[in-house]
Design a protein. Structure first.
Length: 315
């Protein structure tokens, strides 16, 4: 009998976990003739009662395991921790808010069992309920990313996917500190089948992804899987240097002919070019910062507690 590991990153999900556990348990029970399940919840330094809820479920359900971080390290770290802990023949990553429907797991499992695919991923075909400006920027991100990177990212793709052990092992070989899992999933390759479904609202709680968090996450993606921003910044610098030289010549000519306060415009131009330079330096600085963090070899996450530790102390 095959084993399926379900990885569930959690940050302040005390309200959603009971709903998720109920739904995933129904699916596990319906598939008990085909596969056994292990649930690996990763408490990413939650500030609510998430850890308390996970402790209770680990006592009641033998399938439920958890690890708890010493602080909030982010979803990328939580997914990596779950992948390292998973022992299943197949491994899935799911959100606790039920936006990743557990009802798709039987179809995903049967697809992998057929042997043609190494991964079954999910993608949303609609963004119903999401702010329009956020949806527009998300689509723009995928378009730009696929233009400037060799890694293929599918628009609307979720982290929710069921993978073979071989694919999971390949992902774990990607040991970088600055992780962008959507890019890593694409980089390792393998045969992927996509299941499409309409967007589902959270079952409980609030989203942890603000516009600015998504913006910085997108920036991580650009710098993690493409050096094109460095090339673009250099091209922009050259173009603005040429424009600045031409405008300077024009300004000097107008000044000598007494045609107005040209120096005011030249000053504005200097400020503008300086701003462009700062942007370019910022892009280069982002790459240097990532290199700096990589060479430190710091751990991606630190585990404070596991369900085994809790059971030893509390029986």
């Amino acid at each position: 009998m095959k084993k399926i590991s379900i990885i569930v990153p959690c940050y302040n999900e005390q309200e959603a976990i009971p709903f998720f556990h109920e739904e995933i348990s129904k699916v596990a029970d319906s598939m008990k003739e085909k596969a056994e399940f292990e649930l690996i919840f990763v408490n990413d330094g939650s500030k609510d009662e998430t850890l308390k809820v996970l402790r209770e479920y680990s006592k009641k359900d033998a399938r439920t395991n958890y690890i708890s971080f010493a602080r909030n390290f982010g979803k990328e770290a939580a997914m990596l921790a779950g992948l390292k802990e998973a022992t299943g023949d197949y491994v899935a990553i799911m959100d606790a808010d039920l936006q990743d429907p557990p009802s798709l797991l039987p179809e995903m499992f049967d697809t992998l069992e057929a042997g043609e695919y190494d991964c079954v991923g999910t993608r949303r075909v609609t963004r119903k309920g999401e702010p329009k400006i956020r949806s527009w920027f998300a689509k723009l991100f995928y378009k730009i990313m696929n233009k400037i990177s060799d890694t293929n990212l599918v628009d609307g793709a979720r982290d929710f996917r069921l993978m073979t052990r071989q694919m999971v092992d390949a992902i774990l070989e990607m040991s970088e500190y600055n992780r962008f899992s959507k890019g890593i999933f694409g980089f390792v390759g393998f045969n992927i089948k996509w299941l499409e479904y309409e967007n589902i609202e959270r079952v409980a709680g609030q989203t942890k992804w603000s516009f600015w968090k998504l913006f910085w996450y997108a920036l991580d993606g650009f710098t993690a899987f493409s050096t094109m921003p460095l090339i673009i910044s250099a091209i922009i610098g050259i173009l603005f240097g040429v424009v600045a030289f031409i405008l300077l010549v024009i300004g000097l000519v107008l000044t000598f002919t007494g045609s107005g306060t040209v120096w005011l415009y030249i000053t504005a131009l200097i400020f503008f070019v300086s701003a462009v330079q700062l942007v370019c330096f910022g892009i280069m600085g982002e790459y240097l910062a990532k290199a700096y963090l990589e060479v430190k070899h710091r751990p991606v996450y630190i585990v404070k507690e596991r369900n085994e530790d809790f059971k030893k102390v509390n029986g």
